[in-house]
Design a protein around this ligand. Sequence first.
Ligand SMILES: NC(=O)c1ccc[n+]([C@@H]2O[C@H](COP(=O)([O-])OP(=O)(O)OC[C@H]3O[C@@H](n4cnc5c(N)ncnc54)[C@H](OP(=O)(O)O)[C@@H]3O)[C@@H](O)[C@H]2O)c1
Length: 282
Amino acid sequence: MSLGAPGKQRGPILTREQSRLLDRFAMEQYGMSGLVLMENAGRGAVDVLCRLEGCFSPAPSGPSEATQAAAFEPTTRSLLSAAGQKSLMTHGLGIRHRDFGGPVVICCGRGNNAGDGLVMARHLWLRGHPIRVFLWSRPEELSPDAAANYAILQKAGFPIECFPSGHEPERLAPALAEASWVVDALLGTGARGEPRPPFDAVIRQINSAGKPILAVDLPSGLDCDTGQAGQPTIQATLTCSFAAAKPGLLRPEAQPYVGHLVILDIGTPPTLLHQALSKADG
Ligand SMILES: NC(=O)c1ccc[n+]([C@@H]2O[C@H](COP(=O)([O-])OP(=O)(O)OC[C@H]3O[C@@H](n4cnc5c(N)ncnc54)[C@H](OP(=O)(O)O)[C@@H]3O)[C@@H](O)[C@H]2O)c1
């Protein structure tokens, strides 16, 4: 999969308020659990990353399983061996492990945007990719659906590195230095105004690391509706936005922050989308 040149977006566009309504209608009227939407969002973003890295293409002479296992970072290897597995062979759907060239560093805040990042962490891990997960929140402050995904990772024994008392740049720096990709799951459509500490400092550090960045739903710091970039705003290589584009993502001045834009279906039926779109913003 190649992203090609950024193009014009066609299709529905949801404001912040309409996105909130879409989630609410999905849960209250259609009985769709927020966890299902979150799962579809996170897994969809992992599929995009894996496609970009060539994990779905045929492997005529790929590395042996032993070589692949050797490429896993120590945590993943030791968890695999604790589980009595020799290798991780993904879904049997033509997905194969491919070394991204370093761990995917997943940076999470405390809302549902962080929950999407935690789902991404689980699916990348299941597919055998080295990951590091950083959380700028106390676990008890996470939104309920993000907390559920945190608990799954914790019960599975995956280490999540928490920064409850602030930024701690010296802990993040070595992970960024070896990262293949950084996932920005700090702030999503629930954010308003300039990024507050510690997210402002985290965003600056991520931007200055010079690594490809995948923004979850929208780059942290960018206003969902106006496209105004906060000080600072994540400068993403790729933004995976869910259900529909957001107005701010399409503003020409937002382009340097959004990068390539991919809209992912998270399972919400078109009737639901139209219902949310028909509601006046406010
Ligand atoms: N139903 C679902 O599960 C579903 C479906 C699709 C997508 N999503 C994802 O969920 C996201 C929306 O989740 P959400 O509504 O929980 O919001 P969020 O964007 O994850 O962020 C909410 C959190 O950010 C904090 N915050 C707000 N403005 C801030 C600022 N300027 N600086 C620092 N912190 C700030 C809020 O704290 P305060 O309350 O203290 O302000 C709150 O803790 C979407 O973008 C998408 O990624 C979820």
